[in-house]
Design a protein around this ligand. Structure first.
Ligand SMILES: [Zn+2]
Length: 67
């Protein structure tokens, strides 16, 4: 059962996605534009402005997102 569990090297699918990135240097807040409800939303964590950006992230099929 655990024979090949230690070395799972199969590549996960990933993609470039458009994001909003928090401008505060001490905040890692960001969100996918897909999930933003309006243009240039405030950071959900600290309320600062968000700037547009992109991230190359794993295309997750579940809701295991970083909070
Ligand atoms: Zn923030």
């Amino acid at each position: 059962m655990s024979y090949y569990n230690n070395r799972r090297t199969e590549p996960l699918p990933s993609e470039d996605v458009a994001t909003w990135e928090c401008v505060a240097q001490d905040c890692n807040g960001w969100m996918r534009k897909d999930f933003a409800t309006k243009d240039a939303p405030p950071c959900p964590f600290c309320g600062s402005e968000m700037k547009t950006g992109t991230r190359h992230i794993t295309a997750l099929k579940n809701n295991n997102l970083h909070k």
